[in-house]
Design a protein around this ligand. Sequence first.
Ligand code: NAP
Length: 257
Amino acid sequence: MLTSLAGKTVIVTGASKGIGRGIAKRFGLAGLNVLVVSRHLDEAKKVAGEIGAKASAFAADVSQAEPCKAMAAAALERCGSIDILCANAGIFPAAKLGDMTASDFDQVIGVNLKGTFLSISAVLPAMKAKKRGRIVITSSITGPITGYPGWSHYGASKAGQLGFMRTAAIELAPFNITVNAVMPGNIFTEGLEGLGKDYLTTMAACIPMKRLGTVEDIANAVLYFASDEAGYVTGQTIVVDGGQVLPESPAALEQMG
Ligand code: NAP
């Protein structure tokens, strides 16, 4: 049982849908003040409404510095502190090499990697002043461990988040701020659903647990990194993928029977 986080404040980016929504709702259940962030205020407001009175919505594009600063200012004004940041917002459009344009590449890196840097930078003054903070990044198995055709830019952004995290964790350790990352496998979200039924079915068959992950599977791991109990854990990752990265080859899955 983790010590209660009730009354603390968490910002969750990319929280209007999918994994971010699941994280925001999990923290809402745990009694935190939740700032639900996405580019679309109406969508963010719906999620804040599902969580209840302790949640509110904010519209910000994490690939831009000023909206990220405004997001941090809103959390401070509304809740009085920023205890936890979940840098979760991300996109995964597919483009194979040869078709991928420089602008495709910039867009994915801009949201996923630069957006992680900008949202973290925006909350640091408040966390440093308090000498306490928890930052949890949503990375992926794709990039750090695996590859998938069409996602070279995405994989670079997700592996880049981990490189960024390791140095950030060292720099922020003296301020009692931890920086860790979850690495989801294939999690059933609106974004993943957009890849089509064939993708979802084929992927589920490749996972030893024979199912896609749920947003709650990821939210529980995020909650651990945000907890008091994880105070001595920094610069680390946890893979939450139902065993997807484990088989040496398709034969390993066939041998499962
Ligand atoms: P999703 O269902 O498409 O949701 C993405 C969220 O990010 C939405 O709330 C979206 O809201 C927001 N967003 C997108 N661009 C943004 C921007 N520039 N600024 C602020 N918010 C933005 O995606 P998901 O599947 O939940 O993925 C969430 C995170 O998990 C991503 O970082 C992704 O790389 C990672 N991940 C997902 C999986 C998976 O299987 N689903 C696996 C590994 C890693 P708006 O459109 O309203 O802005």
